[in-house]
Design a protein around this ligand. Structure first.
Ligand code: ATP
Ligand code: MG
Length: 359
């Protein structure tokens, strides 16, 4: 369908810099998720691609062509917003037909019917086609909004947190549906969200945006396992990665809190005494009566298949570990812990940058 490239995009509003030197490449047929907190610049990025804003500097290329002078219609992108904007007094079928009706599109009536029926089937809203849209639930309305984008067969789908207003169950169901849809259509998707679970579960690639800066782009696996800095480490994973301040001493990690834990091979780039932050995911931290770390059980959350244990070490540092549900633990119980030495990520203690990417 389409390949999108943002090259050195900067966008300022007055003297506020909303986006700074953004470089993003989205492959044809890729599901790209832009993840960022409120005000990070996500909506601005979509609006620039949809021709609703002009960049202050930089270029937008669609299939290799600079689209600076192209209007919204020529760019042929569909924008789906968080708040659905449907025509309330019309039926679902009429709402789905609208995007195909403008004279410039010249779609034959038979084809309009066929496309609307196909989209309704894909989104499982066939039974709603004759209903007025103001009689629909939130999830149904959002399906219709997505349907309105799909009937047009745009080159690119831009989605601005389309699932955030829905309840958890519906959000999960629509997540799967959108992903299936993207695979069936082979379409290029740019989906923005502040929800890391959405990003991790849907994205072929994720771009992490912080304050208008793209901090890291990679597959969910890369973002999760090789975060470029402590910002990205905190941005994905629930519960988040544990970040432990300390130093290196004779090949071991020495936490500021006093305990020492082993490190695997490949950490030779760090020199003894350099201030570091050790990153370890909760699933790589474990309890074992013979382990070197000492802590007390601060809190236990039961999540069905597993428990999330919060440990309190020395002076009150809190660490989280996931343990099998059958593990019995009492609050304030004294436990010993260690980590998988091969899974530790080393960050510079001052800059927070992973030593994998800088030294
Ligand atoms: N038209 C505008 N005029 C002035 N400032 C703007 C305008 N549009 C956006 N901004 C500012 O640019 C920054 C980025 O806004 P944007 O809407 O892109 O953030 P976002 O990542 O979509 O946030 P949210 O998650 O809250 O939707 C914000 O600080 C916002 O206030
Ligand atoms: Mg926004």
């Amino acid at each position: 369908m389409a390949h999108i490239e943002l090259k050195g995009i900067t966008k300022t509003f007055g003297n506020h810099v909303a986006l700074k030197d953004l470089n993003i490449e989205i492959a044809d047929g890729e599901f790209f998720v832009l993840l960022g907190q409120t005000g990070a610049g996500k909506t601005t990025t979509l609006r620039l691609i949809a021709a609703l804003e002009k960049p202050t500097a930089g270029q937008i290329l669609i299939d290799g062509q600079d689209v600076a002078d192209w209007g919204a219609a020529e760019r042929d992108v569909a924008l789906v917003l968080q708040q659905y904007s449907l025509y309330p007094r019309y039926t679902v079928r009429e709402n789905l037909e609208f995007p195909l009706k403008p004279r410039i599109r010249r779609v034959e009536p038979a084809e309009i019917k066929e496309r609307v029926d196909r989209v309704a089937k894909t989104l499982r809203i066939e039974h709603l086609l004759d209903r007025k849209t103001d009689r629909l639930s939130g999830g149904e309305m959002q399906r219709v909004s997505i349907g309105r984008a799909i009937v047009r067969k745009p080159r690119v789908f831009l989605m601005d947190e389309p699932l955030s207003a829905l309840d958890a169950k519906l959000r999960e169901a629509l997540r799967t549906e959108l992903k299936n849809l993207q695979m069936n259509l082979g379409a290029t998707f740019l989906f923005v969200t502040h929800d890391q679970i959405e990003a991790m579960s849907m994205g072929d690639k994720i771009g992490v945006l912080n304050n208008g800066h793209l901090v890291q782009t990679g597959t969910p696996h890369e973002i999760y396992n090789k975060p470029v800095n402590t910002f990205v480490a905190r941005a994905v994973g629930s519960p988040p990665m544990n970040l432990i301040d300390g130093t290196l001493e004779g090949g071991e990690a020495v936490a500021t809190e006093g305990y020492r834990l082993p490190l695997g091979q490949g950490h030779g780039i760090a020199t003894d005494g350099r201030p570091l932050t050790f990153g370890i995911r909760p699933e790589d931290l474990f309890l074992d009566s013979g382990a070197p770390g000492e802590a007390r059980v601060h809190d236990v959350e039961n999540h069905g298949v597993e428990k999330i244990v919060t440990l309190r070490t020395g002076n009150g540092e809190l660490l989280q570990a996931t343990v099998p549900a059958r593990t019995e633990l009492e609050i304030d119980e004294s436990v010993r812990f260690s980590w998988n030495p091969e899974k530790v990520v080393l960050f510079d203690g001052n800059s927070g940058v992973s030593l994998r990417y800088a030294s």
